[in-house]
Write a protein that binds this ligand. Structure first.
Ligand SMILES: Nc1ncnc2c1ncn2[C@@H]1O[C@H](COP(=O)(O)OP(=O)(O)OP(=O)(O)O)[C@@H](O)[C@H]1O
Ligand SMILES: O=C(O)[C@@H](O)C(=O)CO
Length: 424
């Protein structure tokens, strides 16, 4: 059965987030890590496939070329529409990649017009009069103003996007969205006739996103965060159940955390407070050649197999700054990713079958170390945080990849308390 929809996500945990959205909409969804090639196999009978790239912060021309290659692969699997998933906080600078990647995908598809909406209401992201809000604050007043890589100091999406494309950018405001699918379709056509190529649309609720999804089903390229993807998914006809009958997963459970985001630090503290075994990795010691992985494995062997374990490199802003000052940012990150990737392989060899990974970069390191190319998406533990299941190699592994700031504070303990469910 050919795919109904293909998706390109600009980072790994964003890929998990959008794959969960398609799954929620009732589509049987596969998630592919990294650029696929002729040897990449999708699980059988998928309605949607998400390719998770790492293109958010790469040079724009590289991001555009990689995305076009991914789009062509998705077309080869039958996808009639390609959704470009970027961050719900529109992470990019005036030199950022959202405009160039969307333009490249549209040029390749021969598309005359596209619609953008980064709203993600379950995570408090809404768009009104073209301005992006994070809960009750404008994006530019929110903590994202201080993001280390992409400080967001403007909330006006038409202006942000206009700085990233040479084409005209227009707006479909909330009053039109409230009038329903036909009104949005008419507004898209009117914009197209007047020479607008990128349309930003308002959305405050999932119902608004369902209207936008139904109105854009025929566009070759659509862009935004997970919310609009779910709206499109809901408008797609499906043939079968999203996920077949699950059965319980056996095996040991572990969390590997490399995210230093505030929410991940809370989740680590909650796991520790629940009296569960946790171990902090000493990154500086590893950099001096100490066998930190070997020590962690000795510690792991002593733990009660019935309990989940947590191993983390995550650090408070002060600790992080100290390590980065000593090793340099890139070397510190490389150390952490090497440690957690190697540890993941050893833990799976030693019987871990449920693995929760915190952080986008960390998730990339772990899936690469485990050689996991594609997974099938299952139930969410929290919005945007689903269990996923390997279907080739490493069979029988349940994997949860968590974006740094996603999940409730008790996610680690709750997700690993009961066995995850396996799908066929
Ligand atoms: N103790 C540490 N010292 C130095 N760097 C660290 C330490 N712990 C983690 N890091 C680095 O911090 C970065 C965390 O990024 P990661 O993408 O994994 O999390 P995140 O940014 O919270 O997640 P997301 O991208 O999903 O929002 C990684 O590059 C990791 O290597
Ligand atoms: O859209 C979001 O906020 C997330 O999926 C994300 O992209 C995190 O990096």
């Amino acid at each position: 059965m050919p795919l109904r929809i293909g998706c390109i996500a600009d980072d790994f945990t964003g890929g998990t987030d959008v794959a969960a959205a398609f799954r929620r909409a009732g589509l049987r969804t596969a998630l592919v890590f990294g650029a696929p090639d002729d040897t990449t196999a999708l699980p059988a009978d998928c309605d949607a496939a998400v390719i998770a790239l790492k293109s958010r912060s790469t040079p724009a021309d590289v991001a555009a070329a990689d995305s076009v290659t991914a789009q062509r692969w998705l077309w080869g699997k039958g996808a009639a529409q390609v959704y470009f998933k970027y961050c719900s906080t529109f992470d990019s600078t005036p030199h950022g990649n959202i405009g160039p990647v969307t333009d490249a995908l549209m040029d390749d598809a021969g598309a005359a017009v596209t619609l953008h909406c980064p709203a993600s209401p379950p995570n408090g992201r809404t768009v009104y009069q073209g301005h992006l809000f994070v809960h009750d604050q404008l994006l530019s007043d929110s903590p994202l103003r201080h993001h280390p890589l992409n400080p967001m100091t403007d909330s006006a999406l038409v202006r942000l996007l206009s700085a990233q494309t040479r084409h005209r950018v227009g707006l479909i405001g909330w009053t039109t969205v409230r009038r329903g699918t036909e009104a949005v379709r008419d507004a898209v056509l009117a914009h197209q006739r007047s020479g607008v190529r990128h349309i930003v649309a308002d959305a405050l609720t999932d119902d608004d996103l369902a209207v936008l999804g139904a109105a854009t089903l025929e566009l070759p390229v659509v862009a935004g965060a997970a919310g609009l993807a779910e709206g499109i998914g809901r408008a797609c006809p499906t043939t079968g159940p999203a996920v077949p009958e699950p059965r319980p997963y056996e095996g040991r459970a572990a969390v590997l955390a490399g995210s230093c985001s505030a929410r991940t630090l809370e989740q680590i503290a909650q796991f520790y407070a629940a009296g569960l075994p946790s171990l902090h990795l000493d990154v500086l010691a590893a950099a001096t050649g100490r066998d930190v992985v070997g020590e962690a494995l000795t510690w792991y062997a002593d733990q009660d197999p019935a309990l989940p374990v947590l191993v983390y490199a995550s650090a408070s802003p002060e600790e992080l700054a100290a390590v980065q000052a000593q090793l340099g940012v890139a070397e510190a990150a490389a150390q952490v990713e090497e440690l957690l990737g190697t540890l993941a392989s050893h833990l799976v060899e030693r019987g871990v079958r449920r693995l929760l990974v915190a952080g986008g970069e960390t998730s990339g390191a772990v899936t690469t170390a485990l050689g996991i190319r594609a997974v099938l998406v299952g139930e969410e533990a929290d919005p945007g945080v689903p269990w996923t299941y390997t279907t080739t190699g490493n069979d029988g592994l349940a994997l949860m990849l968590k974006s740094g700031n996603f999940g409730a504070p008790d996610l680690f303990t709750r997700a690993l308390a009961a066995p995850a469910e396996e799908v066929e």
